[in-house]
Design a protein around this ligand. Structure first.
Ligand code: HEM
Ligand code: NAG
Ligand code: NAG
Length: 317
C-alpha cells in the first residue's frame, strides 16, 4: 500500500517538473504584484508607433530574434562586455535590429510604476511585440507571462539559429522545426512581413538573379537597390508596411515577395496552399498568427529561480 502511494507521489512530482517550463507562465503573473505593468507597456508602445510607424515592425522582429536564440530570455538586449558575447552584432542583427531605446523606455516606465524591478525584459519584449501588432491593426492575444532574463548571450547561436533570407523552403522548415515550430507556424509567422522594411543587401540577389519574380516588380526594386552600393536602401516587405493585412500573401502569389525566403513559401512546395488561404482570408491569417505568436513566445522560457529580473535590460545585474 505505502509503496503504491509513494509511486503515485513520485509520478505526480515528475509530471509537475516536466510541465514546469510551460505551466510556470501564466496570463495573470503581474496582476497582484503590479497591475499597471501591462497598460504601461501598451502606452509606451503606442507612443513609439505614433511617432514612427515602423517601430511596431522593429519591436515585433526583436521578440522573434530573441526567442530563436536559446528561447525568449531577452538575451538579444545584452550589450557587449568582456563576458557577454552580444547578439546585437550577429549577422541578422548588426545594423539591422532596432527598437532597443523603446525597450529601455518601457523598462524604466514599468519599473517606476511598479515601484521596483519586477517585470522581466523578456516579458516586456513579448508584450511589446503583441502591442505593436495591435497598434498596426493586427489581432490581439493573451500573452503568457513570467519569463525571466538570461545572464548570458551568444552571437554564435544567433548566427546559427536565426533564419536567413537566402533560405529555401526545406531550410526554413528545418530551421523552424528546431524551435518546435511546424510548417503552419512558419507560414503564419512569416506573415509578420506584412509589416516593416528590408535593406537592399538582403534582397539584392533576389531582384537581380531569381527567376520566380514578377519582372516589373524586380525593375522597380532595382531602381532603389543598385547592383553595388546602396546596401542600406529600404524597401517595404509588402505594399502596406504599416498595416497588418493579408497583402504579404497575395503579393507572394503575384511573385512579388521581396526576400528569397518570402517567395520560397509560394514556389510550388507544400506551403503554397496555406499561402493561398491566407491571401484571401485575413481572419484565418490573424487567428493563426496569434496562435503561432503564443507558441513562439513560449520557446524555452527561464522560470522560477532561473535567470534573473534585470534592472537594466542591456546588462546583467
Ligand atoms: C522565416 C524566416 C525569416 C527570415 C529569413 C526573415 C528575414 C528578414 C530580413 C532579412 C529582414 C530585413 C532586415 C533588414 O534589412 O535590416 C526582416 C525584417 C523583418 N522581419 Fe523577418 N524574417 C523571417 C521571419 C520573421 C518572423 C517570424 C517575424 C515575426 C513574426 C519577422 C518579422 C520581421 C519584421 C516585422 C521585419 C521588419 C523590421 C523593421 O522594419 O524594422 N520575420 N526579416
Ligand atoms: C557590425 O557593424 C559595424 C558597423 O557597421 C562594423 O564595424 C562591425 O564590424 C560589424 N560587426 C560584425 C561582427 O560584423
Ligand atoms: C547573381 O548570381 C551570380 C552567380 O551566382 C553572382 O556572382 C552575382 O553576384 C549575383 N548578382 C547579384 C546582384 O547578387
Amino acid at each position: 500500500m505505502a509503496s503504491t502511494s509513494f509511486l503515485f507521489l513520485y509520478v505526480l512530482i515528475m509530471f509537475s517538473l516536466a510541465g514546469m517550463a510551460i505551466s510556470d507562465l501564466s496570463d495573470d503573473f503581474y496582476d497582484d504584484v503590479c497591475p499597471e505593468a501591462l497598460p504601461t507597456i501598451k502606452r509606451v508602445v503606442e507612443d513609439a508607433v505614433r511617432q514612427e510607424r515602423r517601430m511596431g515592425a522593429s519591436l515585433l522582429r526583436l521578440h522573434f530574434h530573441d526567442c530563436f536564440v536559446n528561447g525568449c530570455d531577452a538575451s538579444i538586449l545584452l550589450d557587449q562586455t568582456a563576458t557577454i558575447d552580444s547578439e546585437k552584432t550577429a549577422r541578422a542583427n548588426n545594423n539591422s535590429a532596432r527598437g532597443f531605446e523603446v525597450i529601455d523606455k518601457i523598462k524604466s516606465e514599468v519599473d517606476k510604476v511598479c515601484g521596483c524591478p519586477v517585470v522581466s525584459c523578456a516579458d516586456i519584449l513579448t508584450v511589446a511585440a503583441r502591442d505593436s501588432v495591435v497598434a498596426l491593426h493586427g489581432p490581439t492575444w493573451e500573452v503568457q507571462l513570467g519569463r525571466r532574463d538570461s545572464t548570458t548571450a551568444s552571437r554564435t547561436t544567433a548566427n546559427n539559429d536565426i533564419p536567413t533570407p537566402v533560405m529555401d523552403l526545406p531550410a526554413l522548415i528545418d530551421n523552424f522545426k528546431k524551435q518546435g515550430l511546424d510548417e503552419e507556424d512558419l507560414v503564419a509567422l512569416s506573415g509578420g512581413h506584412t509589416l516593416g522594411f528590408a535593406q537592399c543587401f538582403t534582397f539584392r540577389n533576389r531582384i537581380y538573379n531569381d527567376t520566380n519574380i514578377d519582372s516589373t516588380f524586380a525593375s522597380q526594386r532595382q531602381a532603389n537597390c543598385p547592383r553595388s552600393g546602396g546596401d542600406s536602401n529600404l524597401a517595404s516587405l509588402d505594399p502596406t508596411p504599416a498595416l497588418f493585412d493579408s497583402k504579404y500573401f497575395s503579393n507572394l502569389i503575384s511573385k512579388k515577395g521581396l526576400l528569397h525566403s518570402d517567395q520560397a513559401l509560394f514556389s510550388g512546395g507544400d506551403t503554397d496552399n496555406l499561402v493561398k488561404t491566407y491571401s484571401t482570408n485575413l481572419r484565418t491569417f490573424s487567428k493563426d498568427f496569434a496562435e503561432s505568436m503564443i507558441k513562439m513566445g513560449n520557446i524555452k522560457p527561464l522560470t522560477g529561480n532561473q535567470g534573473q529580473i534585470r534592472v537594466n535590460c542591456r546588462m546583467v545585474n
